[in-house]
Design a protein around this ligand. Sequence first.
Ligand SMILES: C[S@@+](CC[C@H](N)C(=O)[O-])C[C@H]1O[C@@H](n2cnc3c(N)ncnc32)[C@H](O)[C@@H]1O
Length: 256
Amino acid sequence: MVDIPKEITHTGHHPRMAVVWSVLSAEIERFAAGTGATLRILDVGGGSGGFAVPLAELGHDVTVVEPSANALASLHQRAADAGVTDRVRAVQADADELPDVAEPGTADLVLCHSVLEMVDYPDSALDALGRVCAPGGAVSILVANRIAAVFGKALAGHFQAALDLLTHVDGVIEGRDTIKRRFETATLTALVGGSGLVTEQVHGVGVVGDLLPASAGKGETGTGEALREFELATASRVPFRDMATHIHLLARKPMR
Ligand SMILES: C[S@@+](CC[C@H](N)C(=O)[O-])C[C@H]1O[C@@H](n2cnc3c(N)ncnc32)[C@H](O)[C@@H]1O
């Protein structure tokens, strides 16, 4: 794990996101190799810019492809508040339209965070992410983990819901879920492999995540920092990694 830049640790991210920022920071460092080079970043389903704006604040050029007009309005506001309007470009489109709105091979880093759960065809979306990524560039994927959802329901005493999540082909509760699918580490890496991208790193994000009661650590000093350390220490360790609320995967596009 590399150190997370101060600019990022001070922007108020939840401690469980520390591992994602750590991986992204290392990738940026690898690309720039100490030269301070600017990355071309494409954030697909980037929402209101939770990742895009801090990345622009680090000096990179970020294009957000996002279907929701409301999210884009918040993105514009957030970018303006941070003083990075000139480094954030917004395109209203969904992942299916990626080939029409982004040139192949033009992004050094592609983000697709909490989106593959919602698209109609995750394999086509991954193909599109791979196409737009420059050879040697990276694709950062964050998805909901079925195992954590099963645990969450079971520990809350909702055993039928836990069984439904466990046995449903897409890891959802039919008709009662807000997303179309959840993933497991093995299914995600297989899907990514099918798109020609090469998985380099897999981490768990939010190992205790949704299982924490609201009262956890309340009144104790340093709980946030300790949780951050716990998340970083467990993120790549099986079985913790595979039980986390989200799975983060970094894949590379071969140079060919
Ligand atoms: C949970 S939010 C994640 C936002 C952002 N990626 C982040 O991690 O902060 C999911 C986003 O995906 C967008 N979305 C939904 N369906 C999509 C699709 N088919 N293609 C691209 N984005 C989509 C939503 O509008 C929403 O902004």
